[in-house]
Unconditional design. Structure first.
Length: 458
């Protein structure tokens, strides 16, 4: 490859450190697509003959068929997927192969291939996230009125419904999908034709290649075109945020599946056993999703550090841009699939959820609200009265709604029997009917809206 300039070949260690073919072979479909678009443009612009272009296209199709059947051979001497493909093309069609690289560089070639790959990855992630949202909405619909404890600080706070809780994750995943969509829109400009860094003197048509590859248009600065990896960072940052949401959901399943909670039973297909304790059913799939979030965040950090301080335009450091993206994508795909499967197949233990909601004086706020609404007591005073009632209930070992009316009146004489209508967990969730609240009526409205967005039957 370097025969005109270098008298000697690379040292063995140089050949190994310089080669990216072991990992960038994943770009072979994008590389073939980019090359076919490029040579079609060269022929249309009369830069290569139609006969040479047809032979090159035929050869590229043959190379693609080989890759699809046997995989991409790893030859460190050929360095990367671009040279591997061009080398095999030359073996198949001879001299015309040498015209393919006219008016382009590996710098704009790899930027184009990588953008195409990330764009495909975003589409795959979005499809997976839609399936996860469908699972969340479907299970939320089943449990729109199933009462469970809502937590703050992992302490029982107020009753909510399981449907409301699951729909919270639907909202998170919706924001994740919007981040990936934004990243896709930003990346959708084609670097091909920027050449090494300064553009080319050949009369190329960059708009033609951009359109052929599904881009909105060509990039507008050749220096930025070959040195930009914002699209990879956008992907990794969106992936990191998503992985945090998946990790939070996984953590809930881990806690809920433990015996002290008993909120959910995970199926055998998403659990593992113990090598020594026969009774164990471990939520390992959820734990691995939780663990993957750290690795995905590490991939994001790795590329941030790689790009930090690089001057324009291309530097060889940027060869290390792909492994963290590939690793994060693979981990993300597994995590999405695992969480979707767990949501779809988990058995939620509604009686246990209700029992837990009835503990911890979860309707204390409802008592304070009743004092404000019915007895016309300022909220801060009502808060103090309620705190006294909770203290009494705790001392007597009773739930708030089991305290005798005489005991409540001894705290404040403005309390009467009507208060019991507000102290059940069902009354509590029914009362939270503000927009976005946990009242089953509100939850069902949000579910209906989500089904419409997802194209599900009402």
């Amino acid at each position: 490859m370097w025969g005109g300039r270098f008298a000697e070949g690379p040292a063995a260690v140089m050949r190994e450190i310089n080669a990216s073919i072991p990992f960038d072979k994943r770009l072979w479909q994008q590389d073939i697509a980019g090359s076919k678009a490029h040579v079609a443009m060269l022929a249309a612009q009369k830069i290569v003959t139609d006969a040479d272009a047809a032979e090159i296209t035929r050869g590229l199709d043959a190379v693609a068929a080989e890759y699809a059947e046997k995989g991409v051979p790893v030859d460190l001497a050929l360095e990367d997927i671009h040279m591997a493909t061009e080398g095999r093309l030359a073996e198949l069609i001879g001299a015309p192969a040498g015209r393919l690289h006219t008016a382009r560089s590996r710098n704009d070639q790899v930027a184009t291939d990588f953008k195409l790959w990330v764009r495909d990855a975003i589409d795959a992630v979005d499809a997976g996230l839609q399936a996860l949202q469908v699972a969340l909405v479907t299970r939320a619909d089943e449990h729109a009125a199933s009462v469970m404890p809502g937590f703050t600080h992992l302490q029982v706070a107020q009753p909510v419904t399981l449907g409301h809780h699951l729909m919270a994750y639907y909202e998170m995943i919706g924001r994740d999908r919007s981040r990936f969509a934004d990243a896709r829109k930003r990346l959708n400009r084609c670097p091909l034709g920027a050449a090494a860094l300064a553009g080319t003197g050949f009369p190329i048509d960059r708009h033609r290649t951009a359109e052929a590859l599904g881009f909105e248009g060509p990039t507008d600065n050749s220096l930025d075109s070959v040195s930009d990896r914002d699209f990879a960072l956008d992907y990794l940052m969106a992936a990191t945020q998503l992985s945090l949401h998946l990790s939070r959901l996984a953590e809930e399943f881990i806690i809920w599946a433990s015996q002290p909670y008993g909120f959910v039973k995970l199926p055998d297909s998403y659990s593992t056993g113990s090598s020594i304790m026969p009774q164990k059913r471990n939520p390992d799939a959820a734990e691995l999703v939780r663990g993957h979030s750290g690795r995905i965040a590490g991939c994001m950090t790795a590329l941030v550090m790689t790009m930090k301080g690089l001057p324009l335009a291309y530097s060889k450091d940027m060869q290390d841009d792909k492994p963290p993206v590939f690793e994060a994508h693979d981990l993300l795909a597994l995590s999405i699939a695992a969480m979707t499967g767990m949501i779809e197949t988990a058995t939620f233990v509604a009686p246990r959820l209700r029992q837990a909601a009835e503990q911890g004086f979860s309707t204390a706020t409802d008592l304070a609200d009743w004092l404000v609404r019915v007895a016309d007591i300022p909220f801060r005073e009502a808060h103090h009265i309620t705190g006294t009632a909770v203290k009494l209930a705790e001392r007597e070992g009773l739930a708030l709604d089991k305290l005798p009316i005489e005991a409540l009146k001894s705290i404040d004489e403005r309390i009467d029997e009507r208060v019991y209508q507000a102290l059940s967990v069902d009354a509590s969730v029914e009362s939270r009917s503000s927009h976005g609240g946990t009242a089953p009526s509100q939850v069902r409205l949000r579910i209906a809206e989500a089904k419409a967005r997802l194209g599900l039957a009402a």
